[in-house]
Design a protein around this ligand. Structure first.
Ligand SMILES: *[C@@H]1O[C@H](CO)[C@@H](O)[C@H](O)[C@H]1NC(C)=O
Ligand SMILES: *[C@@H]1O[C@H](CO)[C@@H](O)[C@H](O)[C@H]1NC(C)=O
Ligand SMILES: *[C@@H]1O[C@H](CO)[C@@H](O)[C@H](O)[C@H]1NC(C)=O
Ligand SMILES: *[C@@H]1O[C@H](CO)[C@@H](O)[C@H](O)[C@H]1NC(C)=O
Ligand SMILES: *[C@@H]1O[C@H](CO)[C@@H](O)[C@H](O)[C@H]1NC(C)=O
Ligand SMILES: CC(=O)N[C@H]1CO[C@H](CO)[C@@H](O)[C@@H]1O
Length: 331
């Protein structure tokens, strides 16, 4: 019953999702149909050719798209390099492990050859994130396009606006609401943790120093003690910033429901994962989706990706179409 409601809500909202950006010029599906008809195909072919050899990049692309949208809207500001000694979003702590930049730059070069100055870096990122989910067993959905690229990228904004892995449910939901996203968006976009990896120091406080006393046994009580012990064998110290751990062990390269099964067993890696079952509505939504066919999760995930991809987008004559994704155009 709950499952059917989640699914029905997903379908209703998906139809209206592009309106999230506001009443200005909107994104639309097939924006490049006449100006660069091969655009989506070129992105998809590149992703299909390269992600199978580097599946971890799929997680990176989703995360980069997410970080982009949460700071200044989805305008590819996250892709800009620092200039003139000022640090860019790329240089902020949460962004330092985003490694999809070269990947996007290579797709951009192909598109500049095909139709110079037409396809934005922000759209390339949104399309590549979508296509990489499909390649690793997840859903395919229509991505509304027509985003324009921003011309600024400021490190401090990334530090302030990207939700931290240490946040509790209240703060997480507030950071999503600040971007016009809602509780289901928080719950289903977290599902992207079904793929990907983390450095130990992003969560090792939960293993060794949860209350700040740093005494043996000072672990996060919301983490399954057996799993905490397993993680302590991998992450041997509080400061280990080199060892890598899978977010969804055993299934971290497949887009599936096992992340949520782990969270329900109190085996989410981050406090922000554990937080999802501290709220009754969120927990009920997760339970219903975990007990439904994967297509239900695919639907709600795609719906939330479309909503996220519409955050504060620049359209029409705003911003620019960058020639190189790492640099604003010279005028
Ligand atoms: C952007 O900066 C990074 C280092 O932060 C560097 O590795 C990369 O080559 C730069 N990109 C370009 C196109 O210069
Ligand atoms: C959540 O975190 C915020 C900020 O750290 C804190 O003020 C609030 O009390 C916390 N809420 C709960 C329910 O723990
Ligand atoms: C939400 O936005 C308000 C107002 O801009 C800001 O003060 C607050 O820190 C934001 N909260 C989160 C969790 O990002
Ligand atoms: C443990 O956490 C506390 C409070 O966050 C901090 O002051 C302390 O330095 C940490 N201990 C270690 C060994 O890092
Ligand atoms: C890891 O920590 C060491 C020692 O604190 C530091 O020198 C190094 O730059 C860090 N590496 C990364 C990737 O953050
Ligand atoms: C360059 C930079 O921003 N480094 C930060 C990386 O993240 C750690 C922990 O979040 C910070 O302590 C560093 O300052």
């Amino acid at each position: 019953m709950v499952t059917r409601m989640v699914l029905a809500a997903a379908m209703v909202v998906a139809a209206a999702a592009v309106l999230v950006g506001g009443s200005r010029t909107q994104l639309k599906e097939g924006f490049y149909d006449s100006t660069c008809p091969q655009a989506e195909k070129i992105v998809k072919e590149f992703v299909k050719a390269h992600i199978p050899h580097a599946p971890a990049v799929a997680a990176t692309l989703i995360r980069t798209h997410f970080h982009d949208c949460f700071v200044r809207g989805c305008d590819a500001s996250v892709l800009l390099n620092a200039t003139g000694g000022k640090k860019a979003e790329k240089d902020a702590a949460p962004n330092q492990t985003l490694r999809g930049f070269g990947f996007i730059d290579r797709i951009k070069a192909l598109l500049e050859k095909e139709c110079p100055g037409v396809v934005s870096c922000a759209d390339i990122l949104a399309l590549a994130a979508r296509d990489s989910v499909g390649v690793i067993g997840g859903p395919f959905w229509s991505v509304p396009t027509g985003r324009r690229d921003g011309t600024a990228s400021i490190k401090q904004e990334a530090l302030d606006q990207i939700p931290a892995p240490t946040m509790n449910f209240t703060t997480l939901l507030q950071s999503f609401r600040n971007k016009s996203l809602d509780l289901p968006d928080l719950v289903w976009l977290s599902g992207a943790h079904t793929i990907g990896i983390s450095h130990c120091n992003s969560f090792s406080k939960r293993l060794y120093n949860f209350t700040g006393r740093a005494v043996p046994g000072d672990a996060d009580p919301s983490l399954d003690p057996q799993y905490a012990a397993t993680l302590r064998r991998r992450c041997k110290t509080l400061t280990d910033n080199t060892t890598i751990v899978e977010m969804d062990p055993g299934s971290f390269l497949t887009f599936d429901l096992s992340y949520y099964r782990g969270v329900l067993k109190r085996r989410g890696l981050f406090q922000s994962d554990a937080a999802l079952i501290t709220d009754a509505t969120s927990k009920a939504d997760i339970l219903s989706v975990v007990n439904a066919p994967p297509e239900v999760f695919f639907q709600v995930f795609a719906r939330s990706m479309v909503r996220m991809g519409a955050i504060d987008v620049k359209t029409g004559s705003e911003g620019e179409i960058r020639k190189h994704c790492a640099f604003v155009n010279k005028h």
